[in-house]
Ligand binder design. Structure first.
Ligand code: SF4
Length: 537
């Protein structure tokens, strides 16, 4: 069977874990599997027996639907096309409306039962190892890199109303053994440097000590180091096991070609190049390389990078501050966690959050990052207060907490335009302008924070009200006096007027330009029409 795996061409951090498992499944069955990101003419011209399309965030709705409709047109038989993943699980009806597919071909939730795609076996695809080879078929590089990605549990018992997990994974359970998962990857693809555990709520694991013991035995104990065996050794080991594929050959070829630059001995370089040149004409490259191993291996071994690198483990979804205590933090501190992510979703959780950070600090964890949900039921002031708590904790404990403000968007929205009940479009746009300058992160130092968000709550509100260009290009407009002139206008307004202004300037600039302004805002509105792209004239 010829199987095509498709990921729409959106930007995403993690590789498509579901498709990587489906690939393992079909390769186990002896099928031919290909992976594509978006569309490609070469793919369109082939006949596919089955197509799987993954989906991600609901705000990627348009690009995802376009991709599904494209493949529905080229599919040999539309009954062999399946759509799964996060968006498909959250809004199958909308996909049906937009594509004409039927419910039977939308894979909702985890892919644990292959009878959904008409197969007759008892394989639980969700528990299969990832096929990393498919990532070599595309040019897109996932920012999360070539690491281990895994779950030790699914679901979360908390059922927070803003979260998609209760729908995607309604029940909490422990998945297959992490040791087996990692060892399977090691045997097939060679070891990876870092481990990203994607559990939703790892502190709910019934036996955390056992999990930590396993992770330590896998090489993720505190202070762990990693020496990369390198592409050559990994591929040669696969050749030795009988693994053959043009993708492996290409990868090795590219690696050896770039390795030449490291060889300092002219004699060795000559030998190395000779082998490579001959290899270009050989049809069975793998067997040829095995024959030449005695020549190439000593050269690779002499010049490859053998420096140990720090190895880290990242509980990527964040740990639950409410559940952190001495016992579980002692366990987590045995690991090479970097960073420890702690969610800080509401100002009402300040006490638990501060306590959690202090416990983490007590057990020697210095790098902490946290997700700060905003635009939900919170106020703009509460975002500032939570960020400030981190700055104060950094100062008090001598640690580094990096904050990642995460804008809430309801899980049934297909755009990112939702405005929380205490927020305005203008305030959200100001936060996004501040974060754009810092790539979404609020760094640990107080200098950046106080400059970006203001020294006091009233300075923060002033920044929220500031025209977007003046926020984005703060220095330029401060130096040329524009910010001060705007501030003089702003200071003339009382609090009620400022509140009205926030709503008024929440309108798109194109609309503002055409409007007649209320008298009270006549002199301040022109500042909101300044457009500047950072290039000085
Ligand atoms: S604790 Fe986290 S994963 Fe669990 S439901 Fe709440 S937000 Fe979702």
């Amino acid at each position: 069977m010829k199987v095509l795996l498709v990921e729409p061409n959106y930007k995403n951090k993690y590789p498509p874990i579901g498709l990587m498992k489906i690939s393992t499944y079909h390769k186990m069955l002896g099928d031919e599997v290909h992976f594509v990101k978006g569309t490609s003419k070469d793919i369109d011209s082939q006949v596919w027996d089955r197509i799987y399309i993954t989906t991600l965030f609901t705000f990627y709705f348009d690009i995802t639907i376009k991709t599904i409709n494209h493949y529905l047109k080229i599919a040999n038989d539309i009954r062999s096309l399946y759509v799964g993943g996060i968006m498909a699980s959250l809004m199958p009806e909308r996909i049906i409306d937009a594509t004409g597919m039927d419910m039977e071909h939308i894979l909702v939730g985890l892919f644990t039962d292959t009878s959904k795609v008409g197969d007759n076996n008892s394989v639980n695809i969700d528990q299969l190892p990832l096929d990393y080879d498919i990532l070599d078929e595309i040019t897109y590089k996932y920012p999360a890199g070539d690491n281990y990605f895994s779950h030790t549990s699914r679901g979360c018992p908390n059922h927070c109303p803003f979260c998609a997990i209760p729908i995607l994974e309604p029940h909490f359970y422990v998945t297959n053994n992490i040791k087996k998962q990692i060892e399977t990857i090691n045997n097939k693809y060679g070891p990876k440097q870092n481990l990203l555990l994607l559990d939703n709520n790892v502190l709910n694991t019934p036996n955390l000590k056992e999990l930590v013991d396993d992770l330590c035995s896998l090489g993720f104990e505190r202070g762990a180091k990693f020496v990369d065996p390198g592409t050559y050794n990994i591929i040669m080991s696969r050749y030795h096991k009988g693994d053959r594929s043009p993708l492996l050959d290409n990868k090795l070829n590219t690696y050896l070609d770039s390795f030449k630059a490291r060889i300092k001995s002219s004699e060795m370089l000559e030998k190395f190049i000779k082998v490579l040149i001959k290899g270009e004409t050989i049809s069975d490259f793998a067997t040829y390389m095995l024959d030449q191993e005695h020549v190439i291996s000593p050269i690779i071994e002499k010049y490859r990078n053998k420096n140990p690198k720090a190895r880290y483990l990242d509980f990527n979804q964040g740990v639950d501050a409410r559940k952190i205590n001495d016992e579980n933090m002692f366990q987590l501190s045995r690991l090479s966690i970097r960073p420890l992510r702690i969610a800080f979703d509401s100002i009402n959780l300040s006490k638990q959050y501060i306590n959690a950070v202090k416990i983490a600090h007590k057990y020697g964890i210095r790098e902490i990052s946290n997700y700060i949900l905003f635009n939900y039921n919170d106020t703009p002031a509460s975002l500032y207060e939570r960020l400030l708590i981190n700055i104060e904790l950094n100062k008090e404990l001598g640690i580094q907490i990096f904050s990642f403000p995460m804008k809430y968007s309801p899980i049934n929205r297909i755009d990112r335009n939702y405005i929380g009940k205490f927020w305005t479009r203008k305030a959200l746009s100001a936060i996004s302008a501040i974060l754009q300058v810092s790539n979404g992160v609020v760094a640990a130092g107080s200098n950046f924070f106080l400059k970006a968000f203001g020294n006091t709550l009233s300075e923060y509100f002033e920044i929220l009200a500031m025209p977007r260009s003046l926020i984005m290009f703060r220095q330029y407009f401060e130096e040329n006096g524009t910010t001060n002139s705007w501030r003089e206008e702003y200071n003339r307004l009382d609090n009620v007027q400022r509140n009205r202004l926030m709503h008024f300037v929440s309108k798109p600039v194109s609309e503002l330009k055409k409007m007649k302004y209320p008298k009270e805002f006549e002199s301040i509105i022109p500042y909101y029409l300044i457009s500047y792209n950072g290039n000085r004239a």
